[in-house]
Design a protein around this ligand. Structure first.
Ligand code: KG4
Ligand code: ZN
Length: 341
């Protein structure tokens, strides 16, 4: 079986396509709609779906052209089947089905979260199990034990807001446009992370708990900005940003390191949009170093939504032959346990 995969990802507000040969990325094209949604302060599902529709063919063409391959050369076509915005997912799934039918290829319906975990399977990181994976994105925050890429096992997750959601909402309170992560990180660079004592987002279910909670820190920032008033906020925006960022990313790094120690594995990885955060990357590296763990930190472009990670997840997901894939459905929600591998 050849290993050349064309992958498509349209679960949220990035239209993405990639061609991946085994662990080697030949192209990874992302067309972001973020500017379109920024005026609304968040992703508008209907706008996202319509924009995917106008963009997806060009993005697929570009991914094939940059990779120097054609549709005929690829062995399988992969697409994000869940979870995500249903209208947005449907555009990718319909496109992938049409291409698979036209080219006579099998279709792989991949899971978006599985993709964030599998991103570190790709070169140049190319991490092999066992390890503990942190996935922190706009919709999810979780730790998985990966003893086999095909079956990540949930160890802990957020009990309320996702880390990225808390980042975007906090950024908005500080006047940073959607998506808030990169802007918050830039502002935090000039601030003091100890200036404000925001509650750290940890919560335990039982001893050695590995869960997270981000509703409290968001409310704490809201109260702090109210107490300070507009002029007060303006005077210490960078300190607020740095302290808020610290309260969100430090528990991610701490829990990841602790989870690896508890599971007795020699390595950790990070993924998801929040893993593009420089402070988180530094804390994870530092924590892993202290505990003698190896660490896989994929390029920022492989942390935020992209299609190469969907090709990686597809490597560990059963392909569906024609005509069975015609009945394969996009699903908005994550399955019980969180990852449909
Ligand atoms: O994985 P992703 O691209 O999309 C989802 O699957 O949700 O993650 C998006 C999230 C957003 O909340 C965004 O603000 C956050 O990742 N993000 C960051 C950074 N870049 C993106 N958060 C902190 N620092 C960053 N540099
Ligand atoms: Zn994502």
């Amino acid at each position: 079986m050849g290993d050349l995969v064309l992958a498509i990802e349209t679960s949220c507000d990035e239209t993405a396509a990639a061609v991946v040969d085994g662990r080697r990325i030949l192209s990874n094209i992302v067309s972001s709609q973020a500017d379109l949604h920024a005026v609304y302060g968040g992703v508008v599902p209907e706008v996202a779906a319509r924009h995917h529709l106008t963009t997806v063919n060009a993005v697929v063409d570009r991914a094939l052209a940059v990779s120097g391959t054609s549709l005929r050369d690829v062995d399988r076509i992969a697409v994000t089947g869940r979870p995500g915005l249903i209208g947005a997912l449907l555009v990718g799934v319909a496109t992938a089905k049409a291409l698979a039918y036209a080219a006579g290829k099998d279709l792989v319906m991949a899971d978006h979260l599985h993709g964030h975990v599998a991103a570190c399977w790709l070169a140049p990181v190319a991490l092999d199990p066992p390890f503990v994976a942190l996935t922190a994105s706009g919709g999810h925050t979780r730790l998985d034990l990966v003893e086999d890429y095909a079956r990540p096992v949930l160890l802990g997750q957020t009990l309320d807001d996702a880390a990225g959601e808390a980042i975007d909402k906090g950024a908005r309170l500080l006047g940073i446009p959607y998506p808030g992560g990169p802007g918050l990180e830039a502002l935090a660079r000039d601030g003091d992370p100890t200036a404000f004592d925001f509650p750290v987002g940890l919560r335990s279910r039982g001893p050695g708990g590995l869960d997270f909670s981000y509703a409290g820190v968001k409310t704490a920032l809201l109260y702090a900005t109210r107490d300070l008033g507009a002029d007060g906020v303006a005077a210490c925006r960078a300190d607020l940003a740095a302290s808020y960022q610290e309260a969100i990313v430090r528990p991610l790094a701490d829990r990841l390191i602790r989870a690896a120690a508890q599971a007795g594995v020699p390595a950790v990885s990070i993924g998801g949009g929040v893993a593009a955060n420089g402070r988180l990357r530094a804390l994870v590296e530092e924590g892993a170093g202290k505990h003698g763990l190896s660490v896989a930190i994929p390029d920022r472009a492989l942390c935020t939504d992209n299609a190469a990670m969907i090709a990686a997840a597809a490597r560990f997901t059963e392909p569906i032959p024609w005509p069975d894939f015609v009945g394969a459905d996009a699903v908005a929600t994550a399955p019980p346990g969180g990852i449909a591998a």
